[in-house]
Design a protein. Structure first.
Length: 462
């Protein structure tokens, strides 16, 4: 079924390579983006850590009270500037609260947002600062916060220093990097796809050439594979050539056996006919009739065997127009007294893939049958029915046959003892030869009024 046809090897290789390349590029792009984001966050956290170091260095304790340093960071002095700091302490409920008056002016009487477990996390590992993201004091602002746990001599309660900064610049930087990376990887991916397609086409070119050469051998255009192929394909071409030679040998042996069988059977039959003719009587008449039936059956089956052997052998090409022209001239002379006109038409580049003798027998029997039963006109058409098939159509203006007898006339033709001249033997021969060539015989009603005989046969390339 066409819908279930598997894709070609080249397409599968391209799709597989493109799939793996796409997956590798996407994974690489995601990993690079994450690494860049982590590196940017580390740089950002290092800046916040420096701010906390300055806060700790300038902070003093007087009578247990924390005295904040006088920092000269202009951004921290400007309201809602995007850089903030805060000095806090753990509360009795486990949360963190800012120490009154120890926040940067940039916070503008607000406090930095803290997660509920910040104090516990800092206390669990005092030497390790905690970084987190939170909402800033401005609506829609997102800040990066770094908090550090510190103890001072002269104060029993630990002090938590926090520094924060608007993270929109780093997010914008990450987005720009991701965009640039995506564009670069897209260009790289398109280049890889183009390279894969070219590589597959170039790499599989010997296989494509081998396919065409095998087709030429099958169609009779060449006797063997003679192209120059890579070392990986040479064993295959050698085996194919050996197979072709073996098939030719087998066909020749079959032809020889068929010929020997024909001679072996026809000689005794001829002797029997001769002896019966020399001894007249009822028995002689019976022997004569039955030997004639035997001769027809032998000819019939030998013809079928020869056609089957030829169809399995090396392909041969027969020009369809040449055969139709020759047959038309011959049959018009044969039916001259009847005034039969044969109108035939076939393209000049139409060739039958088989022996000339077999096509002459197929077309000749169909045209002769039409000439016997027509009133005076026979029409013959041969056309391509596909890249590897041709169709021969023979019509006449005779009485024709009713549809219920179409199958019967072919079946009767196979039983030679029941055939009168012209009553179906020719159609039986056509059917047998067409089947031997994997073709088909069909009957129908002709627009001319008589019988339409259609034969589908293998077609050879021009």
């Amino acid at each position: 079924m066409e819908g279930l046809r598997r894709p070609s090897l080249a397409r599968r290789l391209v799709l597989l390579a493109v799939g793996w390349s796409f997956a590798a590029l996407v994974i690489s792009a995601v990993v690079l983006a994450l690494l860049f984001q982590q590196a940017a966050l580390r740089r950002f956290d290092a800046t916040l850590s420096d701010l906390i170091d300055n806060l700790i260095a300038g902070t003093t304790i007087e009578n247990g009270e924390v005295i904040a340093p006088a920092l000269t960071d202009l951004r921290a002095l400007r309201a809602l500037s995007g850089r903030y700091w805060e000095i806090a302490e753990p509360a009795a409920d486990g949360r963190v609260r800012a120490i009154d008056g120890l926040t940067s002016r940039s916070l503008f009487d607000a406090e930095l947002a803290t997660p509920p477990d910040l104090a516990q996390r800092l206390k669990a590992d005092p030497a390790r600062p905690v970084a987190y993201d939170a909402a800033g004091p401005q609506p829609g602002e997102h800040v990066r916060v770094l908090a550090r746990w510190t103890t001072f001599y002269g104060r029993a309660t630990p002090v938590i220093f926090m520094a924060a900064e608007d993270r929109s610049p780093i997010d914008r930087e990450v987005r720009n990097f991701v965009t640039a990376t995506a564009i670069a990887f897209l260009i790289l991916g398109l280049g890889l796809i183009a390279a894969v397609v070219v590589q597959v086409r170039v790499g599989l070119q010997p296989l494509f050439r081998l396919r065409h050469e095998v087709a030429d051998v099958r169609r009779g255009k060449a006797e063997r594979l003679s192209g120059a192929y890579p070392s990986e394909l040479r064993p295959l071409t050698d085996e194919l050539n050996a197979l072709v030679a073996h098939n030719q040998e087998t066909v020749e042996r079959q032809r020889t056996h068929v010929g020997n069988l024909a001679h072996a059977l026809k000689t005794p039959i001829s002797v029997m006919v001769t002896e019966a003719a020399q001894r007249p009587g009822p028995l002689a008449e019976l022997v004569t009739r039955q030997t004639e039936v035997m001769r027809q059956q032998v000819d019939h089956h030998l013809r079928r065997a020869r056609a089957a052997a030829r169809s399995q052998g090396q392909g041969e090409r027969t020009s369809v127009p040449e055969v139709l022209d020759e047959l038309s001239r011959t049959l018009e002379r044969i039916f001259r007294d009847k005034g039969v006109t044969i109108d035939w038409d076939a393209p000049d580049d139409l060739f039958f893939q088989g022996e000339r003798q077999d096509f002459m027998e197929i077309a000749g029997n169909a045209m002769e049958n039409a000439g016997k039963w027509c009133r005076g006109r026979v029409r013959v058409r041969a056309d391509a029915a596909g890249p590897e098939r041709l169709r021969l159509t023979v019509e006449d203006d005779g009485p024709g046959l009713p549809p219920e007898q179409w199958d019967e006339v072919i079946r009767r033709g196979a039983r030679l003892d029941e055939n009168a001249p012209g009553s179906g033997l020719g159609l039986s021969i056509i059917d047998e030869l067409a089947r031997a060539y994997r073709g088909a015989l069909t009957l129908g009603a002709s627009p001319l009024g008589g019988l339409l005989v259609g034969v589908e046969l293998p077609r050879a390339g021009a």
